[in-house]
Design a protein around this ligand. Structure first.
Ligand SMILES: *Cc1c(COP(=O)(O)O)cnc(C)c1O
Length: 225
């Protein structure tokens, strides 16, 4: 069995354990395998395990790896890709072409650009709004106060928002941020949550997120990190 296959098993065991511990059904929680910066052989190994949902944080890197004539999508056309990193409006076209979900909508300008591209390309993609729950200066995402305005704008332009995503501050208890994000989502009637990474996904599981984003504990440490 490959190292990656073992890691998948280990993560699935951790999910099952947490589910049992919290007495929640984890069957609706999907693992977004975060393949950013990972060597191609590791991604190939994950594909060989049958995994079909991946996350990338940069449009350019994702296009090189997944798109084009020699990209993984040619051999694995049913792979779904999530953009989990900051998106610049000038990359909206490529992002809408390549991704099935953009988890990082965080401004009216970006919402406009994504909606325009969806219309142009006749493509519907899933969109989540990234919330900067810790209100950290350097982090992307809207502050909780800005969320209502952005949701209203998205509704006006016809961009459907399915849910919310967050990355908690590294020095605060993740569980508090996850619970806060869940409350926010519920108060706006949003169904999906993307929260939890290698170090903290167990804390997200009792809140039944649709997506946990797992990189290093699946693929191993990213080179140069
Ligand atoms: C890199 C990244 C992850 C994965 O982090 P790991 O700690 O390696 O699991 C998850 N979410 C986002 C937004 C990321 O940029």
């Amino acid at each position: 069995m490959s190292e990656i296959a073992k890691n998948f098993e280990e993560i699935e065991t951790r999910i099952a354990k947490a589910g049992k511990h919290w007495d929640v059904d984890t069957s609706a929680t999907h693992i977004v395998a975060v393949s950013k910066k990972q060597p191609a052989e590791r991604i190939q190994a994950a594909l060989d395990c049958g995994h079909r949902l991946y996350g990338e944080n940069r449009v350019q890197e994702a296009m090189e790896r997944w798109g084009g004539d020699d990209g993984f999508l040619k051999s694995f056309p049913n792979v779904k890709l999530h953009l989990i990193g900051n998106l610049q409006t000038n990359k909206a076209k490529q992002a809408v072409q390549l991704f099935d979900c953009i988890e990082t909508i965080d401004s009216t300008r970006l919402a406009d650009a994504v909606q325009k591209e969806c219309e142009k390309q006749g493509k519907e993609i899933e969109c989540l709004i990234q919330v900067n729950t810790g209100e950290e200066g350097q982090k992307s995402g809207v502050t909780p106060d800005e969320l209502e305005g952005l949701l209203k704008h998205c509704k006006e332009i016809g961009l459907k928002i399915s849910g919310l995503m967050c990355i908690p501050p590294s020095d605060e208890p993740a569980g508090l941020h996850f619970a806060f994000l869940k409350n926010l989502a519920e108060s706006y009637g949003l169904e999906k949550l993307s929260m939890g990474m290698s170090g903290d996904f167990e804390k997200a599981l009792p809140l039944k997120p649709s997506y946990i984003r797992v990189g290093s504990s699946l693929f191993g440490l990213r080179p140069n990190e």
